[in-house]
Design a binder for this molecule. Structure first.
Ligand code: DX5
Ligand code: ZN
Length: 220
């Protein structure tokens, strides 16, 4: 049995945006570890959400760790705004950044902890060279853009490969999984090596947020 600590990070994508502060408070009271904030540009992914002004307002309304997942093409020009808004951890997509190493370094220099996000089809070999520069990897287990999609088990071997890599090179690297995490899928992701579990619809889709989060932990 592994002793790895599992953190639950509800994604506000599936929350009621008109009541955002209350929604975040409800999952904080329900035992969430941190908050996942999905920023979409309508170009890298076929959907739009919100930008730094909303995140700034949210940061003023909560003391929770805000984890920003930027689904934005060439996002460098936005990074400073999100750092000032109060983002603690920031993942950018390898498929969206032409000079990924520079972008990761910029995230760190702005005081955020950098992560690389990877689409389901992107291989371990493609991300291996950037892992030493990252604090975490966000392994997408759905095609990014929407909440409520089904978990893709085909990403599990990639998570296992990242886990093997970190044992040898960087045990501090955290593995995040994002998409389709619910009571029926979380155990397989945990067994593969995941530390941080993003859950949108599985948490905000239930009125009892504590029961939803405890249900995920119990399914580990
Ligand atoms: C999808 C987003 C996810 C999304 C997950 O593009 O990156 O963070 O909120 O939602 P669920 O948990 O419903 O799959
Ligand atoms: Zn996300």
């Amino acid at each position: 049995m592994t002793q790895r600590q599992a953190l639950i990070c509800p994604s506000i994508l599936s929350s009621d945006f008109a009541r955002l502060a209350d929604e975040v408070e409800s999952v904080q009271l329900g035992g969430a570890d941190f908050i996942h904030v999905d920023v979409m540009d309508g170009r890298f992914v076929p959907n739009l959400t919100f930008g730094a002004p909303i995140v700034r307002s949210l940061a003023a309304a909560t003391d929770m760790w805000l984890d920003c997942h930027l689904m934005v093409d060439e996002p460098d020009h936005l990074l400073a705004d999100f750092a000032e808004a109060g983002v603690a951890t920031m993942s950018v997509h390898i498929e969206a950044c032409r000079h990924l190493h520079r972008t990761i370094e910029r995230i760190r220099s702005l005081g955020m902890r950098p992560g690389v996000a990877v689409n389901p089809h992107t291989s371990f070999a493609t991300i291996e060279a950037i892992l030493a520069d990252c604090d975490f990897v966000n392994v997408m287990s759905v095609n990014p853009g929407f909440g409520g999609q089904s978990f893709l088990p085909s990403v599990l071997p990639k998570i296992e490969a990242i886990d093997r890599w970190r044992r040898e090179h960087n045990p501090e690297l955290k593995i995040q999984v994002d998409g389709g995490i619910k009571t029926t899928t979380i155990a397989a992701a945990y067994a593969a090596g995941v530390d941080w579990f993003v859950a949108g619809s599985a948490v905000f889709g239930q009125s009892d947020r504590r029961a939803a989060i405890e249900g995920l932990r119990a399914a580990l």
